[in-house]
Design a protein around this ligand. Sequence first.
Ligand code: TYM
Length: 329
Amino acid sequence: MTPKIGRVFSGIRPTGHSHLGNYLGAIKNYVALQDEYECVYCIVDLHALTTVEDTLDLRQNTYEMALDLLAAGIRPEETILFVQSHVPQVTELHTILSMVTPLGKLTDLPTFKEKARQQPHNINYGLVGYPVLMAADIVLYKSDVVPVGVDQAPHIEFTREVVRSFNYRYNANVLIEPQMKNTETPKVLGIDGKEKMSKSLANQIEIAATPEATRQRVMMMVTDPQRVKRTDPGNPDICNVFSLHKIITPAGDVAMINIECRRAGIGCVDCKKLFAGNLNKALEPFRAKRGELAAKPAHVHAVLEDGAARARAIAEKTMVEVREAVQLP
Ligand code: TYM
């Protein structure tokens, strides 16, 4: 095996099935980075608790997320895949990092304000501390690179600040400032063509759905809003379906759509049918592998247990240094 050039960490919330935004914005990079980096990927069940009040599905969703990640190409023989709550050191580090975090910085974050708007009845303390727990996730593993979508940028910047504050306050050089890594599609829009694809906005296309369900979601996608009639020429530059064609569809067809849409040679319905077909084809190997894995739940649970044991070993090593730096008795 070629020597690895650093460590990667990322986390994903088990709030339901993964969608195209998760896949194109983050998971694709989780998979690609395995070739060069030692990778640690975490299903962040504790973070999910900040928004999920009814936890009946939490275990099942955590398991489903493990299926998604393994089916997408995470290789558990080399990569560590684990569940956040299985490594309790992260909550200890979260507490310690909270001491070098000004409260105003957390309540000023756009991500906090957005969540507070979305769930005004449940602005809990965990929601405020969400980025501190995320920083703890990242620095516990001394991660160099964090693959995420652009919505997480404020949290990565926050993590870098916390690292500097910790190292300065305790006169230590223990924690590492991570770098953010985006894909070529750091913000995938939902089927509404306006907002970021996300489960909370119900505008997602789930990657593990059936081909028919996928087709139905694609046919609901909003295209160029100026193009009202089939005979109107369209503008692919402002069409979300076209932006996804560019990622999923073979180059020849992309060039054809680019020309034909502008002169009303192809209509939005045909364009979306083409996209649905290509998307289903692109997701076929993932779905087949997911089906195979779903038939082996004991294997999937064993992967997560093994991942947690390997993660705990790294986490405890960091915590020995952190406790020493803070001079905890
Ligand atoms: P989460 O679970 O919301 O999303 C998981 C990953 O998917 C990316 N993503 C998107 N990318 C592009 N377009 C979209 N529409 C889109 N929707 C989601 C997210 O940017 C993310 O990379 N706070 C994190 C979880 C987390 C974490 C961490 C991430 C906890 N600890 C440590 C990195 C490092 C979150 O809620 O992701």
